[in-house]
Design a protein around this ligand. Structure first.
Ligand SMILES: [Zn+2]
Length: 342
């Protein structure tokens, strides 16, 4: 999706291991990711007693090395006092437990996100492999590809440090005083169950996490734990809510560049999903599996991780249409689901 009409006042992202100041007491660091989406942003807030870290990168050697460089360099003035994880995805909560333990820092997360993160670290071995194998088969993935997509299981727990066993809950509507500013927490569903964002009206700053990204459409996925879920309804509702925040904000996303043009971007994402819903209906004029819908919705050269996201995303659109009565699901004798327009 072209990011037209958005303004990017900070075109040069920080080098790995560096944190650049974009407002007094507010710094931007960036960590590498081993995916096609190759980086995640971290926002650092400075107070007299120390740093608050908002998100922390995936838990791997390269990210830990970049943290070491930051801790010894641009952050050396203070200890890390507070670690925030906006949502349970490993590129956001990955190093949180490691930092919390190292600095005896306080750990903040929305409740559903913390529960999900804790739960997923326990989900491994045969049970998880069976769940995901059944999931991909049900949606039309060829038998020889299912094994490759599922792998050996336990991916989540390998990508995060130990999720702390206690946390401080980030609550929708609460305000936290950080970096000399009042930040209002707003939580949203759709991309994750209860993702936290931070809005500072007085200084025109909005830390949007993954809920609003400038260059990519946040993944909205149905997962095997909640196969009839309608996360797209939650995501679309979050767009309506974020639109009310208004256009005076500098949006600080976790992927891509800081940008201005919040309502423009909300409009683009809404349009993207509306056109995708229409395309799903068109493709389902004859019965189609989710994999067949993916072939009509996404580029052909997706890697296995992207294919997994694509299946979840296509299903999010299909489930939304099923709930609206525009589409129905039929399951054949082999347990494969197909979707057809009503
Ligand atoms: Zn995410």
């Amino acid at each position: 999706m072209p990011a037209v009409d958005l303004d990017f006042p900070f075109a040069d992202p920080p080098a790995p291991g560096r944190a650049i100041e974009i407002r007094p007491g507010l710094r931007w660091a960036r960590f590498a990711l081993p995916f096609r989406l190759d980086h995640v942003n971290v926002w650092l807030l400075e107070d007299a007693d120390g740093w608050t870290v908002i998100d922390s990168g995936i838990y791997d050697e390269r990210t830990r090395a970049q943290w070491e460089e930051l801790i010894a360099g641009d952050l050396a003035k203070h200890p890390i006092r507070r670690v925030v994880a906006t949502h349970f995805h490993p590129d956001h909560v990955g190093c949180a437990g490691w930092l919390v333990e190292r600095f005896r820092a306080a750990f903040y997360m929305p409740r559903s996100e913390w529960l999900f993160a804790r739960m997923l670290t326990l989900e491994q071995g045969e049970e998880a492999i069976a769940t995901w194998s059944d999931w991909y088969r049900r949606h039309g993935v060829a038998a020889d590809v299912v094994g490759k997509m599922v792998g050996r299981g336990g991916y989540y727990s390998r990508s995060v440090s130990k999720i702390p066993t206690r946390y401080r809950r980030l609550i929708n509507g609460d305000t936290h005083e950080l970096s000399g500013r009042a930040w209002r927490v707003a939580t949203f569903g759709g991309h994750a169950p209860e993702q936290a964002t931070f809005d500072c009206a007085a200084d025109g700053l909005f830390i949007s996490a993954d809920q609003l990204l400038p260059q990519i459409s946040p993944n909205v996925s149905v997962t095997p734990a909640e196969p009839d879920g309608d996360p797209l309804a939650e995501f679309l509702a979050s767009l309506d809510a974020m639109e009310q925040i208004g256009d005076d904000r500098l949006v600080l996303p976790m992927h891509g560049l800081p940008f201005r043009g919040l309502t423009t971007r909300v409009g683009q994402l809404r349009e993207h999903h509306v056109s995708r819903l229409a395309r799903v209906l068109e493709l389902a004029s004859k019965p189609a599996t989710i994999v067949e819908l993916c072939a009509g919705l996404f580029r052909a050269d997706l890697d296995l991780q992207q294919m997994s996201f694509a299946i979840g995303e296509a299903l999010a659109h299909a489930n939304h249409l099923v709930r609206q009565g525009k589409l129905r699901r039929v399951t054949d004798d082999d347990g494969v689901d197909r979707y057809i327009k009503n």
